[in-house]
Design a protein around this ligand. Sequence first.
Ligand code: ZN
Length: 375
Amino acid sequence: MFKSSITILRISGIPIRIHVSFLLILAFLTYAIGQNIQSIANLAGVNVGDLTVNPYGLGLILTILLFVSVTFHELAHSFVARRQGMTIRSITLMLLGGVAQMEEDIDESGEMMMALAGPLFSFVFGIALLLSLRVLVPFIGPDTHLVIYYLGVINIFLAVFNMLPAFPSDGGRILRSLIARRVPYLKATRIATNIGKGFAVLFAIFGFLTGNLLLILIAFFIYVGASQEYQLNVIRDVFSGFEVADVMSDEVSTVRADDSVSTLLRRMMDERHSGYPVVNDSGDVVGCVTLGDVRAMPQELAGEKRIRDIMSSELITVQPHDDLYQAFKKLSSADIGRLMVLDADGGLRGILTRSDIMKVYRIKALQEEQSRFEG
Ligand code: ZN
């Protein structure tokens, strides 16, 4: 999802990245502000005739400062998260604001503080800017006046907008932490998600009625975001307490790197497997080979090519005692069908496929059945 973004700078070790969609909004807002400079100046209490900077120049400055504000907002979240021991991978600026990517999920007690930090910063910063105008006005020109005024308004808007209880927004996360004090976390997530979806529907209806396209877009993102976040929580809840060794397939047939590709094809046909770990003469895993690798090479070479010529040697591995949820995330983010399970000294212990992971649901259902029977 974030591959189409580039890093523009680092702040205290956190890469700040911009997404391609950001360039669209940059152009759009610059244009929109330039077009409406008259009414924007009126609201700020500035006479439009006194402005010296070109309206589109002001539009560009304001838009860039808007995203600087969003970056500050995300940094506020990130610094609090860091204090709670989280690792922040990056901050990405995109179409509708910013996203801070964290290495792991934050725990329940830390979430409230982290969610509050962003809006609180934006609010205080916005108020401070507006108050500073009272002092500064005699000393600054109309252009600076307009910019400071709007920067203040934008930051207060950021605070208010993010505090709407439209999960997964900041306000939605705070609401979830509050609900989670009374009911189990997953149920709290479900309630917060439904409230978030309710808001999304309201936004969408209001957007359609007023012809506000941006509101409809926001509604869409909230709806999808709420559903995804809930799904992740369900999965995390189901997986908790399981490790890789609980569900991996430990009978693994391997192929040898020096075998010919035609031998591999026969094995695939006989055993109905579409992928194998590849081992060398001393039994160490050196790669993996799939039907896709075979298909990618000209058929007539199958007799002379060795498996080592076509295998991929980039191994994505887990260890038997790794947390199953982390393994699942690894599998999804690498977009591959199987992970190799190696023990600490590199010996092949098993293989973990998507269908292995799905066994968890059956085990979980059985456990619940059993506890109902006993209880
Ligand atoms: Zn936020």
